[in-house]
Write a protein that binds this ligand. Structure first.
Ligand code: NAD
Length: 499
């Protein structure tokens, strides 16, 4: 059951289509009492779900996946109406997300089942195993830019790990959350997945409520508030935050491929992608050629009308951030395509600015709009140094034909993900963990690490026989202690200093 079915006690929120401002739907704004009720239900759902075991959970998750897949077009409509993104982009979002749900459902048992670990020579009489157990109820807080894909990176993995989920979507895009919770109720039920709609206060109330883990995706500023509030109850969080992701282009790169990916990663979804392309560092000798190719592709993009390739800014205030970054970039840089005039209300045509001072807001802070800064560097090494010189560290991409140079650069990049000769290609590889470092957050969704993120670890040591050397007793003998003292240098004293 979703909160849509419940009597509305407090305020309501109405979502609007960013393209024409038309009202899309109205949702209740849940406060602490509604949240407490939802969490109490989820807690009993969590017990039922945990006790089902891996096999039954897998079957339920795959049935839910099918229910979504069979009506994927309808979900894409819901996503598109509230974000303003083209229907095709929303279809792609659904497809990518279901790939992750499929992987999480099918791999949870293999990754999380109790496994034996070596107990070592001295402790040969201990049978040692490690198991992963669900936290209980996970609170998921989502953003608006990919209202299905992004929170599902937490929801799919948290559910597959055996948790119940209370999901608070962005106030701009609750539609997808309510829709998937309805499909859950039709296929599985038992209050294992509950959508609670509301605003930032609802999010804050969820963090303060009786939940066992928080999966937050959104801005770094909000993540800090969530973490501070979660600290009150020592509730662990995974934080998926913003980025200022860079593309590094070496002299030997395939420039057509690099330009294609820069335009896709920088302008796709109107630049409203946490791991989108915001900066490019191109080696001097090819920088002008790359700029020309990026501009040639970007200026062909259609940004308005029925066949627009990306929509307007979903968050109205984001256009002001883009304008401020463009103005700041143009203080030192050169417009290769567009400029402030490209910003028409919430619709922004592609903007490419080159040779921007590295201290500019457009280089240092998340723009979240269709603006790409392209700066020259002397070498791939310098590109890495510049890429690392922001507070963010989500993803980066390297374009070169030299595999060893790419691997060396990848090793030096301070990010959670590196792409080589593509951008965003990792997003569909479910086995790859996703997350950032520094201001981009911590913890991981996706892949085996994403499953473990939603588990507590329980170690079990089972004594199978008496030890030869009985040291775990208050009655240990002089002889046993003498043997132990002789064993210490034998076991641990053999390594020599490395000169
Ligand atoms: P936001 O931080 O404004 O809001 C995110 C969510 O937090 C919303 O649901 C909001 O209602 C809720 N919220 C706001 N204040 C809260 C509080 N005090 N306590 C609890 N919840 C609160 O972010 P946004 O504008 O919705 O999303 C855009 C940001 O998300 C960008 O910075 C983008 O880079 C980031 N993002 C990151 C990833 C990732 O996986 N790393 C993915 C998508 C988006």
């Amino acid at each position: 059951m979703t909160l849509m079915d419940q009597p509305v006690r407090g305020a309501q929120l109405t979502t609007r289509n960013p393209i024409d401002g038309e009202a899309v739907a109205t949702y209740p704004v849940a406060g602490p009492p509604e949240l407490a009720a939802a969490i109490a239900r989820a807690r009993s759902g969590a017990d039922w779900w945990r006790d089902l075991g891996f096999g039954a959970r897998r079957a339920h998750l795959l049935a839910w996946k099918s229910a979504i897949a069979l009506r994927a077009d309808e979900l894409a409509d819901v996503i598109s109406a509230e974000t303003g993104k083209p229907h095709g982009d929303a279809v792609l979002e659904v497809m990518l997300t279901l790939g992750h749900l499929d992987w999480a459902a099918k791999n949870a048992e293999h990754v999380l089942r109790r496994r034996k670990v070596k107990s070592g020579l001295v402790n040969y009489n201990q049978h040692a195993t490690v198991g992963y157990e669900p936290y209980g109820v996970v609170g998921v807080i989502g953003p608006w830019n990919y209202p299905f894909y992004t929170p599902m990176g937490s929801i799919s993995y948290a559910l597959a790990a055996g948790n119940a989920v209370v999901f608070k979507p962005s106030e701009l895009t609750p539609g997808a959350a309510v829709w998937i919770a309805e499909r859950w109720d039709e296929t599985v039920g038992h209050d294992v997945l509950i959508a609670v709609t509301g605003d930032r206060e609802t999010g804050a109330a969820l963090v303060a409520a009786d939940i066992d883990k928080i999966a937050f995706t959104g801005s770094t500023a909000t993540a800090k508030k969530v973490m501070a509030a979660a600290a009150e109850r020592l509730v662990p969080i995974v934080a998926e935050c913003g980025g200022k992701d860079a593309v590094l282009v070496a002299a030997d790169a395939d420039l057509d491929a690099a330009a294609d990916f820069v335009v896709f990663g920088g302008m796709g979804n109107a630049g409203q992608t946490c791991a989108g392309v915001e900066r490019v560092y191109a080696v001097d000798s090819i920088k002008d050629a790359l700029v020309a190719k990026v501009v040639e592709r970007a200026q062909r993009l259609r940004t308005g009308g029925d066949d627009a390739q990306y929509g307007p800014m979903t968050l109205p205030a984001q256009a002001d951030v883009v304008r401020a970054h463009v103005d700041d970039a143009l203080r030192t840089g050169t417009a290769a395509l567009g400029g402030p005039e490209s910003i028409q209300g919430r619709t922004i045509a592609p903007i490419v600015i080159t040779d921007v001072d590295e201290s500019s807001d457009a280089v240092q802070h998340e723009t979240f709009g269709p603006l790409v800064v392209i700066n020259p560097v002397a070498s791939l090494d310098e590109a890495v140094t510049r890429a690392n010189a922001t507070s963010y560290g989500l993803t980066a991409a390297i374009f070169t034909r030299d595999t060893r140079a790419a691997d060396r650069a990848a090793g030096r990049l301070r990010t959670g993900v590196v792409s080589i000769n593509s951008v965003l290609g990792f997003a569909g590889v479910a086995a790859l963990p996703f997350g950032g470092v520094k201001d981009s957050g911590f913890g991981r969704i996706h892949g085996a690490d994403g499953l473990r993120e939603f588990c507590t670890v329980k170690s079990i040591a089972r004594q199978t026989r008496k030890p030869m050397l009985n040291l775990l007793t208050m009655d240990r003998t002089e002889k046993d202690m003498h043997t132990a003292a002789k064993m210490i240098p034998m076991l641990h004293g053999k390594s020599k200093p490395q000169r």
